[in-house]
Design a protein around this ligand. Structure first.
Ligand code: FAD
Length: 582
């Protein structure tokens, strides 16, 4: 449904069952759950979908080995179950990730673990081989029945350095186990939204909009694109704004009805590095290592580059967080510790990002020890306002079970029944996933008249939804773009089908062009031209959009216009993958 249709529909019929505010992965998850149960649900997102923490994660889909030392066994168990579900339900984006932990001590960590368990200390400390062995054995035990991936394995110092010669030679041994990673977390959010739309035609969502309670006690949707303000009458509100939860409650609840602060978010930053020695040094593994201060850091191959992170710093307002110079230095220093001979030049940092973990309020002075679990609480205003179910905490990995929990509480309050379970429900391009991918690709490529290479690229980006994208591409004349992997028709498909309002929606979230460091200035301008054409922008609007994007990219992601311009070379004028697409 188009934006204007949604707003017109609300003008004519303002009643909805539930209004979810916050379109990160958790808000979208509960939206999908409720839409599948037949509820008339409206999702309102202030910026773009999955533009907050849900675009800033380490891209690990994991049980959370280190949460074991905080005693969060239930969370680890739930996360491992959800990880394994995602491997089955979203195989186009979630894949196994062999993970290696370099071990620098034998016994340390154990004593501290016991001391922490007794509540006597919460200070992070080095983890030795015995502590890591204990954690990995629990991991194996929790997944023993499903056994989707191999069990953990230890290597001695010599065999570790044979496989990873660039690792710090002070190590004593290493442990390898399996977790998983997600390639396109923002796209998976869009696919979940679409699943909700497909399930129930009354379910609708708006990005770039806010819900506000006005002085007369009514609730208004404020549209930041067209400027409209439309009254809505939900029976209940779900606050899924993650790190913004207390700030959002201020717009929904009078001061006397607000709960004590629910959120104690911490900021984390990552770098994307383009350095072939670094990439090769990983031998396709994630290195999950402890920095000298005892903090866990990660690095793993990501879309041809290397993702490195992260930091953990308390913040109050997630609105404008970015990776600061001291965080960048910290991450580079941690890298120099674990891979001492690999030198990173500043221009090899092709992208950076930061976000706020929506952690529950906590007074713990060590951020790594704040619980990572999730829960919901319902705030009942005493002034006749609507109940607000607040979703607190949560990892990306557990978005389905968190959405399920919030949906079940909502259904119970509204006296509605659950009709559909999501546990085994494939997501978006994970539906009808082929058992024999080459055969599937060859068949679809032939049917749509695209080259095999083009079809394979579309499949990597959209899973089985690539068939619909290929159909759209094949149905019109195609024009190449400065980035040879993409074509004009593909961008038109995204603009028309995926609620794109700004250039950053396309370049930062619907595609991985920016995060993978592949975005050039020419490509940016070409995509902007397309968007301006589709939106019928004036040249002044186009110029404003260009400035908006370049400012955002520079301030939030450390990529300035000169860096984009340098990526214009070498240029290609041919879109090889469209050769057969007509
Ligand atoms: C550095 C870092 C690393 C992480 N790594 C991992 C990892 O590897 N694996 C993992 O499982 N988890 C990881 N996480 C955690 C995970 O990213 C988050 O738990 C998850 O994305 C939270 O999703 P959310 O929907 O609750 O919040 P968000 O994604 O932040 O969504 C909240 C949304 O609410 C919107 N909003 C705010 N105010 C309003 C309003 N008034 N009206 C409407 N909308 C509003 C915001 O714009 C935002 O889009 C990491 C988090 C960080 C920050």
């Amino acid at each position: 449904m188009k934006r204007e249709e949604i707003l017109d529909g609300l003008r004519q019929s303002p009643k909805v069952d539930v209004c979810v505010i916050g379109g990160g992965i958790n808000g979208i998850s509960v939206f999908r759950e409720l839409a599948l149960q037949g509820l008339n649900v409206l999702l309102i997102e202030k910026h773009d979908y999955c533009s907050g923490a849900s675009s800033a994660l380490s891209r690990m889909v994991h049980g959370g080995l280190r949460y074991l030392e905080n005693g969060e066994f239930k969370l680890v168990q739930e996360s491992l179950v959800e990880r394994d579900r995602l491997l089955r339900n979203a195989p186009h984006y979630v894949a196994p990730l062999p993970t290696t932990v370099p071990v620098f001590d034998i016994f340390s960590g154990l004593g501290n673990g016991i001391v922490r368990f007794l509540g006597l200390s919460r200070r992070p400390s080095r983890r030795g081989a015995v502590a890591i062995k204990a954690g990995l054995s629990i991991y194996d035990f929790l997944t023993r029945k499903r056994a989707l991936m191999p069990r953990h394995q230890f290597r001695g110092r010599r065999t570790t350095l044979e496989k990873w010669p660039a690792l710090n030679p002070d190590l004593k041994s290493s442990a390898t186990y399996f977790d998983a990673w997600v390639s396109h977390p923002e796209r998976l959010g869009i696919e979940l939204l679409h699943d909700g739309f497909l399930a129930d035609t009354e379910a609708k969502a708006l990005n770039y909009a806010e819900l506000r309670r006005t002085e007369d006690g009514r609730y208004h949707v404020e549209d930041h694109i067209g400027g409209a303000s439309v009254v809505v009458e939900p029976a209940m509100i779900i606050n899924a704004t993650g790190g913004w939860i207390d700030i959002a409650n201020e717009t929904l609840l009078a001061p006397e009805n607000r709960p004590a602060p629910l959120m104690g978010g911490t900021k984390g930053s990552h770098l994307i590095i383009d350095n072939a020695d670094l990439r090769d040094a990983l031998a396709d593994h994630m290195i999950y290592y402890e920095n000298e201060d005892g903090r866990i850091c990660i690095l793993f191959p990501y879309l041809g580059k290397v993702l490195v992170g992260s930091t953990d710093i308390r913040v109050d307002d997630p609105e404008t967080v970015r990776c600061e110079a001291d965080e960048r230095n910290y991450i580079l220093q941690s890298l120099a510790f674990v891979l001492p001979d690999i030198k990173i030049r500043p221009e090899e940092i092709v992208f950076q990002f930061a976000g706020v973990r929506p952690l529950p309020a906590s007074t713990d002075s060590f951020t790594g020890r704040i619980p990572r679990d999730h829960f919901c609480t319902v705030v009942e205003p005493k002034d006749g306002g609507l109940p607000v179910l607040c979703m607190i905490g949560g990892k990306w990995t557990t978005f389905r079970s968190f959405g399920e929990l919030a949906a079940d509480m909502t259904l119970e309050r509204l006296g509605r029944q659950r009709r559909v379970a999501t546990t085994d429900r494939p997501i978006g391009g994970g539906r009808a996933f082929p058992t024999n991918t080459p055969v599937w690709l060859a068949q679809v490529a032939t049917a749509k008249g695209l080259s095999g290479a083009h079809m394979a690229e579309l499949f990597a980006r959209y899973g089985t939804d690539a068939e619909a994208v290929a159909g759209f591409i094949a149905a019109g004349p195609n024009v190449p773009l400065p980035h040879t992997g993409y074509s004009v028709r593909e961008f038109q498909f995204l603009i028309r089908d995926e609620a794109v309002e700004h250039l950053d929606d396309l370049l930062l979230r619907r595609t991985t062009l920016a995060v993978s460091g592949e975005l050039s200035l020419d490509m940016m301008d070409a995509v902007l031209d397309l968007l301006a054409q589709e939106k019928r922008w004036t040249s002044a609007q186009r110029a404003n959009e260009r400035t908006r994007f370049l400012t955002l990219l520079d301030e939030r992601h450390g990529v300035d216009e000169d860096m984009l311009s340098a990526r214009n070379e070498p240029r290609s004028t041919e879109c090889d993958t469209t050769a057969k697409s007509g």
